[in-house]
Structure formats: structure tokens, C-alpha cells
Design a protein around this ligand. Structure first.
Ligand code: NAD
Length: 352
């Protein structure tokens, strides 16, 4: 029998909200509990369309709160966990590494402890699935692709905290037999993405004719995957992945940051009826981020051969849908870019 009571942590965030939506809509017989602290990155507006569905519950809470988690597992008889709650922004990790260690390492350890205790002696199927990132592998050389065997070599406080949490998950499998899964995905893009990350930041600034800050010379290379395809990969791994295994998830879609920003400028010039080249004039090169990994590149062949998963959209289609979503949801963008966002933005990029 498949898992009926599923806890998704960080479900009000960018990727989490897409995972919650997929499971709530596709599995009406399952109860989906979304646990989220609602930090600056958590936003219940991301889930308006699933609110009120009979198989969905939202619980506000902190993965650092052990007693709260123990009660939650007991009250809802949780059988499976998909763990996405995290501090997720590299730039913020450079300013406050300790917060990343608390949430990403201690928070994950807390969840592991509670799940291990709650599931001790259980007879049915149980799964603890930890969502990680390709950034734990460090930087990839030209022509190199990260496989699941690539040694971890994190370079930022964010990736160090994620790598550490990966090790704890693995340790709970080996030491205590917890039925764990880990996946490491490349950069996501799509609707509901908070505009501190590259693609929504550029869309927001192009719309507002503000400078487009690009680190260094924009030479850094990232592999991009549409967020709904990441959510489908998470579903495939949760259902079909082998316990104790790690799976890489990627789009086989590498872009230099500067090329991507220029592409977004061209797409938006066209959609906004601006003369070609107007938005590109806003590009402003800013001092590079310290320890900025040059290239991430993922080999996702294990996931593809074991589960049959494949991306469902091309980059052009996904980017087009994403830009349209931002153009059609100005109030979402307006809500998340008022208040604390303005303070953060002026600290990062000055009062531009
Ligand atoms: P996000 O920042 O949009 O969302 C994180 C969510 O976690 C927010 O809703 C926040 O409120 C919640 N949260 C933070 N601290 C919490 C706590 N102590 N207790 C409960 N909830 C808490 O992040 P995202 O981009 O959706 O990423 C989700 C996960 O996927 C993260 O683990 C991240 O490392 C991983 N990941 C992200 C990407 C990407 O491109 N964004 C790529 C690969 C992996």
C-alpha cells in the first residue's frame, strides 16, 4: 500500500508549492500536510488554488522545534516525508552562515530524529526524502558532469549546510536503517520564484526598467530546469526510487548567466512591445560573489534509466510560460517586492 499521510516541509516556498500542488491534485486519496515556518521565502499566495481541498492541510511551524514535530507526527500519523524546508539563497548565506547551519543542518537532523523515533517498529511503507542541490558538488570542470559518485566539495555556506544535511540523512540510513532518499537538482525556474534569484530578479527589473545586476562578467554557467519538471522528478523518486540512494536531477540545459540575461531581455522587449535592445542596455556588471562556482553540470542518467522521468518542456517553452506568468500576476510580484524585500535589495545592490 502506498504512503497515505505525507508531510511536505517548506511547501509554501518556490519548489515546495509546486510539489504540494502536484501531490494534492494527483492523489486525492492521500492527505498532504504542508509544514512551513513562512519565512520571507514562504508565501501562502503560492497555494491559493489548493487551499480548501479536502486532502490538504497547512501547518505553520518550525523544523527546529522538536516537541512540535513529535506532536505533528503523532497527530497526523505521518508515513512519508518530502523535506524541502531550508534557507536557500547563496547570497544570504554569505551574510548569515549560522542561520543556514541552524535551519539546514540542525533542522534536518531534528526531522530525522523525530521520523526515526516515530517509525520505529512500524510495519507499513515509510520514506524520508531529502531534497538537496547540485551545489554540494562544488564547481564542474569544462566537459565534466556531476554524477551521484562525484565527491562533495561545497564552496558556499549554503552548499556546505546542504552537504552536511545530506551526510546526516545518509548516516541515518546507514546507522539506524531509516528508509531515506536524496536528490540533487540543478537550478530551477518558473512561476512563484522569489525575485532574489537570477531569472525572476531580471524579469522584475526589466519590467521596472531598473539596472540588471550581473555578477563578474556573467561567465558563470548553470543548468536550468523548469520547476514543474523538478516536482515531477521528485514524485518519480518518491514513488520509484531505491531506498538509501541518491539521484541527480537536471535539465541538460547549460547557460552562461550573461547569455541567459540577454535572452530574457530579448523575450521581454518583444512581449512588451519595446524596441529590440532596450532592456539589454540595463545590464550592469557588479563585483563577483566570493567563491562563486564557475559551472554546475548534472548527469541525470540514473534518474532517467530507473524511473523513466524526462523534462516535459524545452527551455524556450518553460521560459516563455514563466515570463507570461510574471506578466499576468503583477499583484503577486508587487506583494513580495514590498516591505522587507526593499530593505534586502538596497543592502545587496544599493538604492537603485
Ligand atoms: P525557498 O526559499 O523558496 O523555500 C523554502 C521554504 O522553507 C520557505 O517556504 C520557508 O518558509 C521554509 N522554511 C525555511 N526555514 C524553515 C523552518 N525552520 N521551518 C519550516 N519551514 C522553513 O526554497 P526553494 O528554492 O523552493 O528550495 C526548496 C528546496 O530545494 C531547498 O531545500 C533547496 O536547497 C532545494 N533546491 C533548490 C533549488 C533551486 O533552484 N531553487 C535547486 C535545487 C535544490
Amino acid at each position: 500500500m502506498s504512503i497515505q499521510k505525507l508531510l511536505i516541509t517548506g511547501g509554501a516556498g518556490f519548489i515546495g508549492s509546486h510539489v504540494v500542488r502536484l501531490f494534492v491534485n494527483k492523489y486525492p486519496e492521500r492527505t498532504i500536510i504542508n509544514l512551513d515556518k513562512l519565512t520571507y521565502a514562504g508565501n501562502l499566495e503560492n497555494l491559493k488554488d489548493v487551499e480548501g481541498k479536502p486532502n490538504y492541510r497547512f501547518v505553520k511551524g518550525d523544523i527546529l522545534d522538536n516537541a512540535f514535530l513529535v506532536d505533528l507526527f503523532k497527530e497526523h500519523a505521518i508515513e512519508g516525508v518530502i523535506h524541502l524546508a531550508a534557507e536557500s539563497h547563496v547570497d544570504r548565506s554569505l551574510h548569515n552562515p549560522a542561520e543556514f547551519a541552524h535551519t539546514n543542518i540542525v533542522g534536518t537532523l531534528n526531522l530525522l530524529q523525530v521520523a526515526q523515533a516515530a517509525w520505529k517498529g512500524a510495519t507499513g511503507k515509510r520514506r524520508f526524502y531529502h531534497i538537496s542541490t547540485d551545489e554540494v558538488y562544488g564547481t564542474a570542470d569544462q566537459g565534466e558532469f556531476f554524477t551521484e559518485e562525484t565527491p562533495l566539495d561545497p564552496r558556499s555556506p549554503y552548499s556546505a549546510s546542504k552537504a552536511s544535511s545530506d551526510h546526516f540523512v545518509s548516516a541515518y540510513h546507514h546507522s539506524f536503517g531509516l528508509p531515506t532518499l536524496i536528490s540533487r537538482c540543478s537550478n530551477n525556474y518558473g512561476p512563484f520564484h522569489f525575485p532574489e534569484k537570477l531569472i525572476p530578479l531580471m524579469i522584475h527589473n526589466i519590467l521596472n526598467s531598473k539596472p540588471l545586476p550581473v555578477y563578474g562578467k556573467g561567465e558563470n554557467i548553470r543548468d536550468w530546469l523548469f520547476v514543474e519538471d523538478h516536482a515531477r522528478a521528485i514524485e518519480a523518486i518518491f514513488e520509484k526510487g531505491k531506498i538509501g540512494e541518491v539521484y541527480n536531477i537536471g535539465g541538460n540545459n547549460e547557460w552562461k548567466n550573461i547569455d541567459l540575461v540577454n535572452l530574457l531581455c530579448r523575450i521581454l522587449d518583444k512581449k512588451l512591445g519595446r524596441e529590440d535592445g532596450t532592456s539589454a542596455k540595463l545590464i550592469t556588471f557588479v563585483t563577483d560573489r566570493p567563491g562563486h562556482d564557475l559551472r554546475y553540470a548534472i548527469d541525470a542518467s540514473k534518474l532517467i534509466s530507473e524511473t523513466g522521468w524526462r523534462p516535459s518542456v524545452t527551455f524556450e517553452e518553460g521560459l516563455d510560460q514563466t515570463v507570461d506568468w510574471y506578466l499576468n500576476n503583477p499583484e503577486w510580484l508587487q506583494h513580495v517586492t514590498s516591505g522587507d524585500y526593499l530593505k534586502y535589495y538596497s543592502e545587496m545592490y544599493g538604492k537603485r
